[in-house]
Ligand binder design. Structure first.
Ligand code: A2P
Length: 317
């Protein structure tokens, strides 16, 4: 398995298991199966509300042997209601307790969006706090302390624009080492790739398969189905692989980490095997033509009436 290198030499397996939308009753088996198949990178978050089940699977798999904590790369994310500097450490400690771990490999600020303490999602626009009142720079200082305390090895962000990364780099003592964002052939974000390469920031592609299992409220009626794309389908046929495998191979070939979610044993195995699929330059060029700036996770749930957030100031587009 290819890895992405961090400044201190740590290596993150480029292909990981996504766990957003994996129901608590399913994710335990999915993680155990994934570890048996050879996955070594698991992507988690407090807000997925399944970290306790993942923790149980990790603990049992570690106790059974065959895999050690050092073999694993575990990522999780600080939820939006814990941006106040005094809440950051307890946010991470809660996740560590659920995952039954002493440290994380990577901890990310999940969104550049702040919620009132105790709010998982906003009931009204008033539950959303302006970043001027809860500045990312202050949250970041608290994130930096977590590394010094040995509670996580690396820190980064998620859903950050180039503008927000630039602002963070200007004040950070420890630069963010990762930005986890939506990336797939319909949302290729070439300026973000160029910027992160220049700055030494790694990228992780979320929703790499188009995230068809999002809750209905997060789906648009007219949205294109990435897995049904004819160009992706033709490339899959040529390689005798599935469209999902082409999408995963494409992400890896662009040098980004990728975290396809599955709770199905066959698809877990299939997705892992995609790390061995090599696309030709002509195929990469054909996929480059598919870009249509289509966000499946468009962040509109942060922009309800009365919120300080708009799609324009969230994505800086
Ligand atoms: P399942 O969990 O039943 O396998 P994303 O990673 O973009 O969020 O997409 C996740 C969705 O894609 C889930 O509905 C998941 O279903 C499905 N999926 C995962 N792997 C594959 C695959 N190899 N082929 C088709 N669908 C897949």
């Amino acid at each position: 398995m290819q890895t992405l290198s961090f400044i201190n030499g740590d290596q993150m397996p480029i292909l990981g298991l996504g766990t957003w939308k994996s129901a608590p009753g399913e994710v335990y088996t999915a993680v155990k199966t994934a570890l048996t198949l050879g996955y070594r990178h698991i992507d988690c978050a407090f807000i997925y509300r399944n970290e306790a089940e993942i923790g149980q699977a990790l603990t049992e798999s570690l106790a059974a042997g065959g895999v050690t904590r050092e073999d694993l790369w575990i990522t999780s994310k600080l939820w939006n209601d814990c941006h106040a500097p005094e809440d950051v450490e307890s946010g991470l400690r809660g996740t560590l307790a659920s995952l039954q771990l002493d440290y994380l490999d990577l901890y990310l600020i999940h969104w550049p969006v702040a919620l009132k303490k105790g709010k998982l999602l906003p009931d009204t626009g008033a539950d959303l706090l302006d970043l001027a009142a809860v500045p990312i720079a202050a949250t970041w200082q608290a994130m930096e302390k977590l590394v010094e305390q040995g509670l996580c090895r690396h820190i980064g962000v998620s859903n950050f624009s180039v503008k927000k990364l630039t602002e963070l780099l200007a004040t950070a003592n420890r630069p963010p080492e990762m930005n986890q964002i939506e990336l797939h052939p319909y949302l290729q974000q070439p300026p973000m790739l160029d910027f992160c390469r220049e700055q030494g920031i790694q990228l992780t592609a979320y929703s790499p398969l188009g995230s068809r299992d999002r809750p209905p409220g997060l789906q648009a009626a007219d949205e294109p189905v990435l897995l049904d794309d004819p160009t992706i389908g033709a490339i899959a046929t040529a390689h005798h692989v599935s469209p999902a495998q082409v999408l995963i191979a494409w992400a890896i070939q662009r040098g980004t980490a990728v975290i396809p979610k599955s709770v199905n044993p066959e698809r877990l195995a299939q997705n892992l095997a995609a790390a061995d699929v090599v696309l030709t330059d002509a195929e990469m060029d054909a996929i480059a033509q598919l870009d249509r700036q289509r966000r499946y996770v468009d962040g509109s749930f942060w922009t309800r009436e009365g919120s300080p957030y708009t799609l324009a100031n969230l994505w800086d587009e």
